[in-house]
Design a protein around this ligand. Structure first.
Ligand code: DGJ
Length: 722
C-alpha cells in the first residue's frame, strides 16, 4: 500500500481506489505530487514543474524565496517565503522563527498509531508512513504521519512537533494537514447554520480570496463543520475533515497561478503552545479523501470510515430512549418521571434519560447548580438509587444529563473553588445562559468531575449519559496555568473533555455517552470517538429535521445522529404535524421520544410500540447500510427522498417525505441507487428488475397532504426472468 522509490524519490500511497504521491527534492524538501484516482507507480516528477516555474534549490541556493513561494509543500512552514496558508509557525525568545524543515528519515509502520490525548482512527490492515524532518536552526523536529487502510478510501494525516533545541519554543500554528490541488474551476463545500438550523451545506465558487470555514468558539459551533470540500466542475471531489472538537480552521485558497491549497487544523487565532526542550506537540488527525463520484461518493466513504475506523463499536448497546426535556423542561420530580415512565413501560423503550435539573438544589430555570452533580433532595428525595429502582421495576434503565464543563455562580462548587472558572484578573467573566466555563486545564478540576460524575453513575446504575455544553468559551484565562502558557487554554479545554470522557468509558465500559452542545454545536468527528451518537439539533419539527438530517448525513452515518419524536405543535416552529409523520422522520438516526406521552391520545399511544417495532426491524439497515440522498429537500424544496440499501444489496428502504403537497401534481419518479442489476426487487407486492429500478426508476405515492412521510421497504428476490 505504501512504497518509496529510490530512483524517482517518490513516496506512493494507495487506497483501494486512490493514490497519494509525494516527492523529495534534492533529497531534502518534501513536495506534494498527486492525489486522485488510483494510478500505477511511475516517474511523476514532471508534475513538479522544476525548471518550468520552480527553480531547484540545488541550482539556485541563493534564490530560495521563489522556491518556497511556489512549491506545493506537503507541510508548509512559516518564515522562508511561503505566503499561502501554512501549517507550522513558531517563535522563541528572539522573535518569530523562519523554518526550513528538511528530511532526516522515513519509516513505514505496519499499523495505525494512536495519538496521546487525542481521538484517533484505528483499525487493522493499516500502514503508516512516517516522514521525519528537522529545522536545523531552531531544532524543531517534525514527524508527519500518513495512514492508509486496506478497506477505506481515505488518507489520514497528523503531525508531531518536537523541540529538539536548547531553549523553549512557542508554536503559534500547528495545522494537521495541507493539500495542493491543480488549477481548474470548481466550488467549495462547507457547512453553515444556526441553533435549530444546523449543518446546512454551503456551495461557493472557488477563486481568489478563497473560502474559509472556521470557529474561534472553543467548539465547532452551530454554524460550521471542521470540514472543507472542493468539487471540480469536471467532477472529482476532494475533502478534509478534522477529528477535533475545538476551534478549527478549514481553508481553500487559490494562488496567482490558479492552483489551490486546502488546509485544516486547530485555529491558530486561539492557539499557542509552549514546548520546553524535548516536549512534543501532537496535532489532531485530518481525514483526506478523493472521489470521482461527488457528494454521493464522499458520503459513502465517510460513513464507512467513521463506522469502522472511528466510532468504537458503533452497533453496541444502543437504547430506545425517552427523554423528559421537551416533556417537562425543569419542572419535574420523581413522581412525574415515573408517571411518564409508566406509560413508556412495555412499549419497547429501554432507557429513561432524565435531562437538565435533577442535581444540586433542583434548578427550575438555567440559573444555578451546575457543577453540583448530586441529586436534588427537592426533586429526587430518595436519590438516584431510588429513582433507578423505580425505573427498573418498570423495565427501564436510567440515563442522566450532565453539563460537566460548566459551573453556576450559585453552586457549592463555585463557592468553594471560585478560581476554577476561566477568567482574567480584574474582570468578571462574561456569563452566557447564566453560567461560566470551568478551567479544564487544571487537573484538579478534571479529577473533581470524574469523581462526582462517577459517583452519580454508580448510585443510579446509570447506563447512558447526555453530555451537554450550552455556551462557548470566553475570558480564556486560567489561574492554574503560568502566564506563558495562557494561550494553551483553548486546546487544553478540549483535551480535558477528551480525558474525562475517556476515563469515564474506562471506568464504565458499557456506558453510552451521547454528546450534545445546545443541540448540534459540537457534532464533529472528534466526539464520535467517545460518543457513538450525537444530538444533532434541538429542533424536532419534521420539516426542519428533514433538512438538518440531510446536511448531517452528508458527512455522518445515521448511527451517529440522535433523533427524537417530540410534541405537536413543536415548541420551536409552532408547526402541527401528525404523530405518525414525526415517528417516521425520527427513524433515520438513533430513535427515541422526547415528549409527555401521558398526554397522548389512545391512538397515538398505540402507535408507539408499532413505531419501535418498525424501527428495530429497520435499524440494522439504517446503521449498517449504504445511504443515498435521491432528492434533497435542501433549504427550500418541498420534498425529500432518501434510500438505504444493505451492503449485500438484499434489502433496502425508500424514505419519502413531502413537506408541501403540489397543486395539480402527480406521482414523483425516482431512480434508485446501490441495487444489483442482476436481482429483482419486490416493492409493495410488485416485482421489478434491479436494472429497471436503477435506470428507469419507480413512482412514489401521490399524496395530497402536507408533512407526509412514508418508509417503503423492499427486498431482493431470485431473478424470475433469467
Ligand atoms: C440543550 C440541549 O440541546 C437540550 O436537549 C437540553 O438538554 C437542554 N440543553 C437542557 O438545558
Amino acid at each position: 500500500m505504501i512504497s518509496y522509490d529510490n530512483e524517482t524519490k517518490i513516496f506512493h500511497l494507495d487506497t483501494p481506489h486512490t493514490s497519494y504521491c509525494m516527492a523529495l527534492i534534492d533529497g531534502r524538501y518534501l513536495s506534494h505530487l498527486y492525489y486522485g484516482e488510483r494510478i500505477g507507480r511511475s516517474d511523476l516528477t514532471y508534475l513538479l514543474r522544476l525548471h518550468d516555474y520552480i527553480l531547484p534549490p540545488s541550482e539556485r541556493p541563493d534564490e530560495m524565496a521563489t522556491f518556497w513561494d511556489r512549491l506545493p509543500h506537503e507541510y508548509p512552514t512559516e518564515g522562508r517565503g511561503d505566503f499561502r496558508e501554512t501549517c507550522l509557525g513558531a517563535r522563541n525568545a528572539g522573535g518569530l522563527l523562519s523554518l526550513e524543515p528538511v528530511l532526516t528519515d522515513w519509516k513505514i509502520h505496519r499499523e495505525k498509531k494512536t495519538i496521546p490525548g487525542l481521538p484517533a482512527s484505528f483499525g487493522d490492515n493499516a500502514q503508516t508512513l512516517e516522514i521525519d524532518l528537522t529545522d536545523k536552526v531552531s531544532g524543531l523536529a517534525l514527524q508527519l504521519f500518513y495512514t492508509v487502510f486496506q478497506d477505506a478510501d481515505v488518507v489520514v494525516r497528523s503531525a508531531a512537533v518536537r523541540n529538539g533545541g536548547k531553549a523553549p519554543i512557542y508554536l503559534n500554528r500547528a495545522l494537521s494537514a495541507c493539500l495542493s490541488l491543480p488549477e481548474g474551476k470548481g466550488k467549495t463545500l462547507t457547512f453553515g447554520g444556526a441553533w435549530a438550523r444546523e449543518h446546512m451545506p454551503v456551495w461557493r465558487e472557488a477563486g481568489y480570496g478563497g473560502t474559509i470555514s472556521e470557529s474561534r468558539r472553543g467548539a465547532p459551533g452551530h454554524s460550521g463543520q471542521p470540514f472543507m470540500g472542493f468539487l471540480y466542475d469536471q467532477g472529482g471531489l476532494y475533502g478534509m475533515h478534522l477529528i477535533y472538537s475545538g476551534s478549527y480552521l478549514a481553508k481553500l485558497d487559490m494562488d496567482s497561478f490558479g492552483d489551490y491549497r486546502m488546509a485544516v487544523g486547530i485555529h491558530p487565532d486561539t492557539f499557542e503552545w509552549k514546548l520546553e526542550t524535548g516536549d512534543i506537540f501532537y496535532t489532531p488527525e485530518a481525514v483526506l479523501f478523493y472521489t470521482p463520484l461527488g457528494t454521493e461518493g464522499m458520503t459513502g466513504i465517510l460513513h464507512d470510515f467513521y463506522r469502522l475506523h472511528l466510532i468504537r463499536n458503533f452497533k453496541k448497546n444502543r437504547p430506545i430512549l425517552i427523554n423528559n426535556w421537551e416533556a417537562t423542561y425543569f419542572d419535574f420530580d420523581k413522581d412525574r418521571i415515573l408517571s411518564i415512565a409508566k406509560e413508556a413501560a412495555g412499549l419497547g423503550v429501554d432507557t429513561f434519560v432524565v435531562d437538565d435539573g435533577w442535581f444540586g438544589k433542583g434548578r427550575m430555570q438555567p440559573s444555578g447548580d451546575l457543577g453540583d452533580w448530586v441529586p436534588s433532595k427537592k426533586k429526587l428525595p430518595g436519590g438516584l438509587r431510588d429513582l433507578s429502582a423505580g425505573l427498573k421495576a418498570l423495565g427501564l434503565k436510567l440515563g442522566l444529563w450532565f453539563e460537566p464543563e460548566m459551573v453556576s455562580e450559585d453552586s457549592d462548587l463555585f463557592r468553594v473553588h471560585p478560581d476554577w472558572v476561566l477568567h482574567q484578573e480584574g474582570r468578571a467573566p462574561a456569563k452566557c445562559r447564566d453560567q461560566w466555563v470551568l478551567d479544564l486545564s487544571n487537573p484538579q478540576v478534571r479529577e473533581y468531575l470524574i469523581t462526582s460524575i462517577s459517583a452519580a453513575i454508580r448510585e443510579g446504575e446509570v447506563s447512558y449519559i447526555k453530555w451537554d455544553m450550552n455556551r462557548m468559551l470566553s475570558d480564556a484565562g486560567s489561574s492554574f496555568l503560568p502566564p506563558d502558557r495562557q494561550g494553551e487554554i483553548w486546546h487544553r479545554h478540549i483535551l480535558g473533555v477528551y480525558e474525562i470522557q475517556e476515563q469515564l468509558l474506562a471506568l464504565f465500559p458499557n456506558l453510552i455517552i451521547e454528546n450534545c452542545a445546545s443541540g448540534g454545536a459540537r457534532f464533529d468527528p472528534g466526539m464520535l470517538y467517545y460518543s457513538p451518537q450525537i444530538w444533532c439539533s434541538d429542533n424536532m419539527d419534521p420539516v426542519d429535521r428533514a433538512r438538518i438530517h440531510e446536511g448531517t448525513a452528508m458527512l455522518y452515518p445515521l448511527s451517529a445522529i440522535g433523533s427524537h419524536v417530540s410534541k405537536s405543535p413543536g415548541d420551536i416552529t409552532g408547526r402541527t404535524s401528525s404523530f405518525r409523520t414525526r415517528g417516521i422522520t425520527a427513524m433515520f438516526g438513533c430513535f427515541g421520544y422526547e415528549l409527555d406521552i401521558t398526554g397522548l391520545t389512545g391512538d397515538e399511544k398505540s402507535q408507539i410500540s408499532r413505531q419501535i417495532d418498525r424501527y428495530k426491524e429497520l435499524r440494522p439497515l439504517f446503521f449498517e447500510g449504504d445511504y443515498y440522498c435521491l432528492h434533497p429537500i435542501g433549504e427550500k424544496d418541498r420534498y425529500q427522498v432518501l434510500e438505504i440499501v444493505s451492503k449485500d444489496k438484499q434489502r433496502g428502504c425508500i424514505f419519502f417525505f413531502q413537506a408541501l403537497s403540489e397543486a395539480n401534481g402527480r406521482s414523483l419518479r425516482v431512480r434508485l441507487k446501490g441495487l444489483s442489476e442482476d436481482l429483482c426487487y419486490e416493492i409493495r407486492g410488485k416485482v421489478y428488475r434491479g436494472d429497471a429500478l436503477l435506470k428507469a426508476g419507480i413512482f412514489l405515492p401521490y399524496v395530497k397532504q402536507d408533512f407526509y412521510a412514508e418508509i417503503i421497504a423492499f427486498k431482493a428476490l431470485p431473478h424470475p426472468w433469467t
